[in-house]
Structure formats: C-alpha cells, structure tokens
Design a protein around this ligand. Sequence first.
Ligand code: CA
Length: 219
Amino acid sequence: MSQILIAEDEERISSFIAKGLRSAGYSPTTVGTGREAIDLASTGDFDLLVLDLGLPDRDGFTVLHRIRAMNITMPVIILTARSSVTDTVAGLESGADDYMAKPFRFEELLARVRLRLRSETGAADPTVLSHGDLSLDLRTRRARVESREVDLSAREFTLTETFLRNPGQVLSREQLLSRVWGYDFDPSSNVVDVYVRYLRKKLGAHHFETVRGMGYRLV
Ligand code: CA
C-alpha cells in the first residue's frame, strides 16, 4: 500500500485529502508544519508527498529544497492558492512534479497521485472501469450501458467514476460531495441527490441503490 505524506496546516483540507486517499486504498499521514514534513520525508518511508506552499513555519519551496538536497526523489505534488499559480509554475523547476490550485476536487488530486505513483512503479492503471453492464472509458470519457453509449456531463462522469471505483460500497452524501464537488461545497446542498437522479435516468435506476440514512451504493 502506498504511503502518502500530506503537509498541510489547514485541518479541514488535510483531513479531506487524508479521508479521500484512505478510501482510495492509500495510507496517508498528515503533518501541519514544514519541519515535520522534512523529518518524516527524510525517513524514506513515503512514496509521495502532497505539499502545501503556505505552511506556518517555513514555505513549501524551502521544504522541497531541503528534501531534494537529501536526495529524496519521491514525487511531490504542490498545493497552492489559485492566485499564486504563476509563482508555483516557476517553483516546479525547483523539483516538484506537479501542482494543484486550491480549491480543487478530490478526484483531480487523486488522478495526479495515481499518475505520479504509476510513473514511479511502471504499473498500469485501468483505462476502463466496469461493473455489471455498466462501463466507463476513462481515456475517451465515454459511458456505456450494455452496448449503448450514454452521454454524461463532466460532473455526471466523475460521479459515475467514483461509484465504479467503489462498487458495492455505501458512499455517503458527504463523501460524494467532497470527492466530486470539492471541500468548498455547501454540505447542506442536495446536489448529490439531484445528480444521482440524473444518473438513474441515464444509466438505469437499478444501478444506484439508496441506503436510507447513509447514502448510495452501486449495485
Ligand atoms: Ca496553508
């Protein structure tokens, strides 16, 4: 299981990332300062680092320099405010592999994590996800039910992908909201129910079971 270090001082964001990574099958560890990030990274126990640039004790670039100076080559994905993307792109030359502008949806970060870990290990990630008669081609972004092609919006596609990556598992509204819409989304919103309705209409109602008081499950 890949060990992922998350250096982020904003509790709301670090727990959002840790929860998502755990449910995607990774083993996350969170720290809130640059010093702890450097200490833990230097153990060599981690496969990837998610690094916030705005840490309270030292900025992310300093952490990155220190880590690279110790010859630690694990992939690093930087988290940055959308307003400082230009600085960040410059910073990529200093040894980061990728960046995410905040706010972001969990699935966007997960895609980058998978990509970076895959290029490390050389293992292939599936390009087609399927369950029963439902299948999703991640490369062409097409959905099929039996052999019939179905048009999905970007949001519907990501929601379907989340279900297909967790078949048979109950996903709460909160989990779906944070994974598909992002941590900045109003938790009282009924947008998940609305989109599950869309998916039922397009892909067949029997695929998406309502688990009362808990959420939804792909069956
Ligand atoms: Ca921060």
